[in-house]
Structures are given as structure tokens and as C-alpha cells.
Design a binder for this molecule. Structure first.
Ligand SMILES: [Fe+2]
Length: 352
């Protein structure tokens, strides 16, 4: 169902206030061919209502002819900012960039963040943005989870379907996604609500067994038959199963890049306002699947680049797979059990 312009405006004001936007600051809204007009209207009105200065920068799309999907995360690498010095300069001079286009996994994004500019990505449809409003509680839980990740040497994931995967940790920092940008140089994604990191290069061993109901992204499919992925020295070496395994294999092989099979980010969902079932209600082209990535207690792993975490790998293929019913342990201590987040420690660290 649609939301009103007033609701969209109030949602933006909420997120911009959490992001500590101040009167007189400069905000640039980055738009593209897929930007939702209501999201854009709300952003312009909300930024203006808070006394900040607003610019809009509209850039033509790239890579559409190479991608096998209309999903904005289906083909990474170059972006409309690649080689675009004037646009990069404008974004670096802004206090805040509202990315309604999708710059994720691009070197330009890192360059802009290094200048101190904050970037908030928001490309889900207006009603999803309004439903999954971030909160300070989300921030506390994500921060606590990330602190746990950063103190650990190994993440061990198991599931009743047969998953038994060990990921060595320590080379890369934890990344905190809670849906707003409250510090200079911070990137985040509204909606989100999860903590993640990247395993050490070559440091993942074991197997992942995807079960019925686990989700493939960017395909936005619930799988109906198990898929087994064997992981050795940080790369998925085999993918086997039924029709969904074949779909995944053909899609990944189309990139003709062995780096597509490397382990990318790993972590778990902490967003109680996100739902596993949402994708079943939506047209595939209407969403990028943030409910699936963020629903509480999922184990979210991915294949592809690790440049977002400070690594060297930048492949154009990126697969995200949220799984249900997993148990996740850090150095032997469970943080998710059977798909349920065990964050009594988060409450303790928050003093409540
Ligand atoms: Fe991802």
C-alpha cells in the first residue's frame, strides 16, 4: 500500500534528525533512472524543513546492458561517478549525500567518505522506508554485535540442514548498519539493522547447506530445494542441488570471474521491523530485498567483493544469501541460536 507524502516527509525528518543534520549544512541528493519520485520529494522537503541547503544531482545509469537483472546491486564495479570529477567534487563538498541511486561497492564512494561526507543509501520503496524506521535501540544492538565480532578470531555457523562453516576473523573491521549516519565519514543504508564483517582472505572452510525458504539475492527467490556449497580456503568450490542450484550456478558463471566465488561479508540480522516473508508479497523489481537482509536472527552471507570492508577484491558479481534457523558462534560463544538473536549481552552493555 502507498504512503502519503506527509508520512514520507516525517520519515525523512526522523532519519535526518537521527543523522544530526543541522541548519546550514549542505545536502546533495543523488538520483538516477530508478529513483522513486515520492522518496525524492520527501527528501527535498525534509532537508529544507530542517534548514539545510539541498542540491539534486541526477546521473544517467551505467551497466544496464551488462546485467542480467534490473536490481541495482546486480552488477558492481563502475558507477555513474566513475571518471566524473565534477560530480565527485560536489559530493565531497557536501556534508551529507542522500544516495537514491546506489553507489555501493564503488571506489568513488570511499573517496567521498574519506573527505568526511556522510552517505545514506535509501532505495527501497517509500512504504518500506516508512515501515522500517531506524531507532537508537537498533544502533545499540548493532554496535554491541559489531564489538563482539571485532573481538573474535572465528565465526562458526551451523544449521539443522547441515551447514558447518568456520570463518577466520581479524583481517577486516566489523561494519555497523543501523539505518542512519550520525558521524562524519559514515556510510549507512536505510533500512538496515545488521552487523557484518569479512572473513580473512582464504580463511573460510566447510560447507553451507541452504534450506527451503532461504533466499537468493539479487534473484529475490526463496529456494524450494536444498543447495550445498562447499567452501575451501575462502572460495566456494562447488554448488550442487536442484533447479535453484542450477539457476545460481548459471547466473554466477555469466560473470566469467573466479573472484565471484570468494567469500564476501558474513553477519546476522538485528532488525525486528524487517520480515522474512516480505519478498513473497513484492514484485521483484519493486525492491532490492532489505527485509530479507535485515530480518532478525538471519545469518547473512555473501559471495563476491570485499573492497567494502577494506580488502582488494572488486568483482562485478555479488550474491547475498539470508538463511534461517542458523546458529552463529563467535569463538565458541553463541550469538544467534536456531535463528534467534541471543543479545542479553547487548542489553547488559547498554546498561539495561
Ligand atoms: Fe551484500
Amino acid at each position: 500500500m502507498a504512503v502519503s507524502d506527509h508520512q514520507m516527509l516525517e520519515a525523512w525528518r526522523h532519519v535526518l534528525t537521527l543523522s544530526k543534520l543541522e541548519a546550514g549544512q549542505v545536502v546533495t541528493i543523488l538520483t538516477g533512472a530508478s529513483t522513486h519520485p515520492q522518496t525524492l520529494r520527501g527528501a527535498i522537503a525534509a532537508v529544507s524543513s530542517l534548514g539545510a541547503i539541498v542540491n539534486c544531482l541526477d546521473l544517467p545509469p551505467v551497466n544496464g546492458e551488462k546485467a542480467l537483472s534490473r536490481d541495482s546491486l546486480s552488477y558492481l564495479g563502475t558507477t555513474p561517478l566513475t571518471g566524473n570529477r565534477a560530480a565527485i567534487a560536489a559530493l565531497k563538498e557536501s556534508d551529507l549525500v542522500l544516495d537514491l541511486m546506489t553507489l555501493l561497492f564503488s571506489p568513488e564512494q570511499h573517496e567521498i567518505l574519506k573527505s568526511g561526507t556522510k552517505i545514506l543509501l535509501a532505495v527501497e520503496p517509500p512504504e518500506v522506508l516508512c515501515r522500517i524506521l531506524p531507532s537508537m535501540n537498533d544502533r545499540e544492538r548493532v554496535m554491541a554485535a559489531a564489538a563482539r565480532i571485532e573481538g573474535a578470531k572465528e565465526m562458526h555457523i551451523t544449521s539443522p540442514a547441515g551447514t558447518d562453516l568456520r570463518c577466520a576473523l581479524g583481517e577486516f573491521p566489523a561494519i555497523r548498519e543501523y539505518g542512519f549516519v550520525d558521524e562524519p565519514g559514515r556510510w549507512d543504508h536505510w533500512p538496515s539493522g545488521f552487523a557484518l564483517t569479512f572473513p580473512n582472505e582464504g580463511g573460510t572452510q566447510g560447507r553451507i547447506v541452504l534450506d527451503r525458504g532461504d533466499i537468493l539475492l539479487p534473484m529475490k527467490s526463496y529456494i524450494s530445494d536444498p543447495i550445498e556449497l562447499v567452501v575451501k580456503d575462502g572460495y566456494v568450490r562447488s554448488i550442487s542441488g536442484g533447479m535453484h542450484a542450477d539457476l545460481l550456478k548459471e547466473y554466477m558463471s555469466s560473470f566469467k570471474d573466479p573472484e565471484a566465488y570468494a567469500m564476501s561479508h558474513i553477519g546476522w540480522g538485528l532488525q525486528p521491523l524487517a520480515y522474512w516473508s516480505t519478498l513473497a508479497q513484492y514484485d521483484r523489481e519493486a525492491t532490492i530485498g532489505m527485509d530479507a537482509r535485515a530480518f532478525e536472527g538471519n545469518f547473512l552471507f555473501s559471495m563476491g567483493p570485499n573492497n567494502e570492508g577494506g580488502g582488494e577484491r572488486s568483482t562485478t558479481c555479488h550474491i547475498d544469501i539470508p538463511m534461517r534457523h542458523c546458529t552463529v558462534a563467535l569463538d565458541g560463544q553463541k550469538v544467534v541460536q536456531d535463528g534467534r538473536v541471543l543479545d542479553a549481552w547487548a542489553k547488559e552493555s547498554a546498561g539495561g
